[in-house]
Design a protein around this ligand. Structure first.
Ligand SMILES: Cc1cc2nc3c(=O)[nH]c(=O)nc-3n(C[C@H](O)[C@H](O)[C@H](O)COP(=O)(O)O)c2cc1C
Length: 216
């Protein structure tokens, strides 16, 4: 029976953060490490084992700039306003997240690699029931997270972002993504400055578990 070193496994699971300010914008990323992490991500589950995923990896400077512009268009003034609102309410952690997100938005084009996970959705009608859309998202997000974990294990970091999706069609045109593919995110990827990430503050787990039913 294979056993895992829990100290390493649990550290990986509890310290894989959304990395923005600590992405190294100067250090190039070898295509081979992206390929290796995407290869590992394919072990993730998919509904009906469809494996309808595709990953668009962008390193071209001009295309990264165009994607960053779409991302910033998607951001608009949302992050600045959200940060101000959080500060007003004394929500320190939230204010830090929005500040960090704004930092990334301003530098998105400088992050060495942009990865856009896509999933084949041609079989799902626009008015399909909620479970169909859950199945679609559920068939790519496990792989995205595996990709992020594999990156972290190799000294790289990423941040799952979705704000460019307001301009998904423009991104599809830019990158030649076919109509039957849905973009799910944009992950800026780079080596991290240091690797000493910490577990985040989360609420007590007992507050979110309902044993045997909601009242339990
Ligand atoms: C569905 C989803 C969408 C997200 N979209 C963005 C985004 O557009 N921009 C961004 O900077 N972070 C985005 N994030 C990252 C979250 O802000 C981040 O996961 C959260 O603040 C917790 O931080 P942690 O992952 O380091 O624990 C997104 C995360 C998820 C799961």
């Amino acid at each position: 029976m294979t056993t895992f070193d829990l100290s390493i496994t649990d550290e990986l699971l509890s310290t894989t953060r959304a990395v923005r300010k600590r992405l190294d914008l100067e250090r190039p990323v070898e295509p081979s490490v992206i390929r290796e992490c995407l290869d590992l991500s394919q072990q993730a589950p998919t509904g009906s084992n469809r494996q309808g995923w595709r990953w668009v990896v962008v390193t071209d400077v001009g295309k990264r700039k165009a994607l960053a512009d779409l991302y910033r268009k998607g951001v608009g003034d949302y992050l600045v306003q959200a940060k101000q609102a959080a500060e007003k309410q004394g929500a320190v952690q939230d204010a830090r997240v929005f500040d960090s997100a704004q930092y990334l938005a301003e530098r998105m084009q400088d992050v060495p690699v942009h990865v856009i996970p896509c999933i084949e959705a041609g079989h799902i009608a626009a008015d399909a029931p909620r479970r169909a859309w859950i199945g679609l998202g559920g068939s790519i997000f496990p792989a995205i997270w595996s990709f992020q974990l594999a990156l972290r294990a190799r000294g790289l970091g990423s941040c799952l972002t979705t704000l460019h999706l307001a301009y998904e069609d423009d991104a599809a045109e830019l990158l030649g993504i076919p109509e039957n593919m849905v973009q799910m995110a944009l992950l800026p990827v780079g080596y991290t400055k240091g690797t000493d990430f910490k577990p985040a503050k989360r609420g007590p787990v007992d507050d979110i578990i309902h044993w045997e039913g909601w009242q339990g």
